[in-house]
Every structure is written in C-alpha cells, then in structure tokens.
Design a protein around this ligand. Sequence first.
Ligand code: NAD
Ligand code: MG
Length: 380
Amino acid sequence: MKKILVLGSTGSIGENTLNVIDTFPDHFKAVGLTAHSNIDLLERQIRKHNPESVVVSNPGKAQILKTKIADTKTAVYSGSDGLLEITKNSDYDILVTALVGFAGLAPTIEGIKRKKRIALANKETLVVAGEFIIDLCKQYDAEMIPVDSEHSAIFQSLVGEENKNISKLILTASGGPFFNREYNELQNVSVKDALNHPNWEMGAKITIDSASMMNKGLEVIEAKWMFNLSNDKIEVVIHPQSIIHSMVEFNDRSIKAQLSIPDMKLPIQYALTYPDRLESNFIETDFPKLHQLTFFEPDLEKFRCLKLAYEVMDQGGTAPCILNAANEFAVEKFLKGSIKFLEIPEIIDSALNKISNHHTPDLETIFECDRKTREFLETR
Ligand code: NAD
Ligand code: MG
C-alpha cells in the first residue's frame, strides 16, 4: 500500500489523482490533501478519504474548515508554512504536486529532500528552478516521474533506452482553441473563448496557457531539465487530435511514441504505479474510428508566448523565472477581465526587458526574482 500526499487535491489534477486512488484502494491511500481555498470540496474529500492531515493555504478558510470537520480525526494546517510542514513531516511515499504555479517549488523541494517519489504535475517548478531541482534529485536520490501527458509519453518511450541515443524529443500540442484563428482575431477573444479547450478539461491557468501556447513553451523547458537535453533537441508539433502524447526520435531515426485517448488519469496512474501498470477502465483507442491524425508546424508569430519561452530557455539563468512570474501575473489579470488576451505576451516582454537576468542563480535568487518580477508588474 503506497501512501500518497496530494498537494492541490481540489484542482483538476488533484481530483483526477483521487479518482485513480479510489479505483485502486488496495494499492493507494491518500494520507494528506491540500487546497488553496475550496474548503467545501476539501471537506467532501476528507470525509471520503480520511486523510491524516490537510492544509488550507488561506488561513481564514482553514479556521472555518477546522470547525466543520471537528468530528473527524483529520488535522488541519494553514498557510504556505502548512504546505512545508506537511511535506516535511507527514508520513507518505509519493508526493503528487498538483498545485498550480510558483507555489509548487518550495514544497517539492521538501519532498525531494525526504527522498520521496515526486509525481510532478507542477511544471512551473522545473521552469523556474530546473537545474537546481534536478541536481537536488540526484543529491538526495529522489525519483521524479512526470504527470504532464507529454512528458509521461516521453518517459514511457524512454523505458529501456539510453539518453545518449536520443536525437530529439517531439512534443505534441493540440494548438488550443485558437489554432484556426487569424492573429487579428485574437485581439478581442473573451475569457470564455480562451477557456474553451478542444481536448482537455483543466484548471483555469493552464487552460489560458494552452490558448496562448505558453503551456507548450513551459513544457519545452520542463522537458529540457527532466530529460537532460540541449535546447536544440526539443521540437513542438501541432497535433490537434491529442492522441499521440509526444514522441522520441533516436539517432537511427526510429521514433517511439505513446498514444491514448486523452485522459489525464492515465499519466497520473502511471506516475503512481511505475514501473508497473495496473489494469484500467480508460477508453480504448479505436483507430478506424479516428480516421486520421494530423500534424502542423506551430506559428511563432501568432503564438508569441511560445517564442518567448524558447528565447528565455536559450538565455537561461533567471530568465525563465521572470517569464513564469510575469505569465502568472498576466493570466490572472486576463481571467479577471482587466487585460486583453494579446497583452499577455506584452506584459511578459516588459518584465523580461526590465528585470535583470542572473546567470547562475541559487535558490534564494530564484525566490527573489519571482518576487521582484511581480512587484515590478504591480507597480508598473
Ligand atoms: P487547478 O487550478 O485545477 O488546481 C490547482 C490546485 O492548486 C487547487 O487545488 C488549488 O487549491 C491549489 N492552489 C492554487 N493556488 C495555490 C497556492 N498559491 N498555494 C497552494 N495551493 C494552491 O490546476 P490544475 O489544472 O490541476 O493544474 C495543476 C498543475 O498541474 C499545474 O502546474 C499545471 O500546469 C499542471 N498540469 C495540469 C494538467 C491538467 O490536465 N489539468 C496537465 C498537465 C499539467
Ligand atoms: Mg501537457
């Protein structure tokens, strides 16, 4: 029986993780859950899974939850300190990092230091501190298994292979809701249009990132660190059906891929069961019904965010951290309706021009860079 700590259990990946845990009660038990503020859903999850402890980031809401679940044995902690506390001190085997944004970095570090398996959904962690995190995993001999579907596909394709034989990774992208729109049409797209993803149901932030293709940009950087490859070995291809979840090309030009009907439960389950596989009831892939799989080149002029991500990856240092903080800031503003969709890359560009890049940052510099970028954008 593996004990699972799910950071961000009330989100899309968090709920899917609890679904997988539910399907295999003899294999997995959720021992810890965390949420930012949705205490109604967290209460339902507590009553179903009986975790030993939970964290609510919002202190006021944590207090309300404490009263509501006084009849249970679950301990309630609060704030970002609570997140560190639960990752540092609770008893678990696998840490699922299903919380969104920069907030995922600090607790992930604690999980690594405890030599736990990290089922990494929080791609922002590798974007802002990839080199540091990979070195830390080596130092503490902690295992990192990707949850992101593209990286899971690559990870699965690499079983039995050696890194030196990889000629390139080919990350597939659905293209998002605006794949078929002209650049000019993006000027006035609404929040609702941007939240209408064709293939995946996900949290708001990553859905907007998918519409701007920043998500693919973050994934390119995530892949660079996770698979230890040089920047020129990572390509993106648009594949609107999202059946091929990504591919690896080897030196002999042989290509391996992983395919399935899109369902995040599959990569989540694999990250929990690896190297084993458990029988699932996911939908079978019926090729004659699919008829065709298509591929296109990404348009970097239309999707400026993807271009910016490639640029910061080449710049290195804290540039990806600046990009990430500015993107989180801009996406939040877009979701609130205070900026237009095409202002997202403009805001990121302004932060990259203003905040200086530290080329060999330590962890403290990375936290400082995230804070400075947000501060600059708030007061701009
Ligand atoms: P979501 O918005 O649905 O859920 C986010 C979770 O994190 C919630 O439980 C929320 O309470 C918590 N949270 C939000 N802000 C927080 C903060 N500041 N501190 C602590 N907790 C906080 O997001 P999601 O779609 O489940 O995505 C989670 C992560 O997984 C993201 O990094 C995303 O890029 C990655 N990811 C998601 C998908 C997907 O299909 N949803 C696929 C691949 C990768
Ligand atoms: Mg992905």
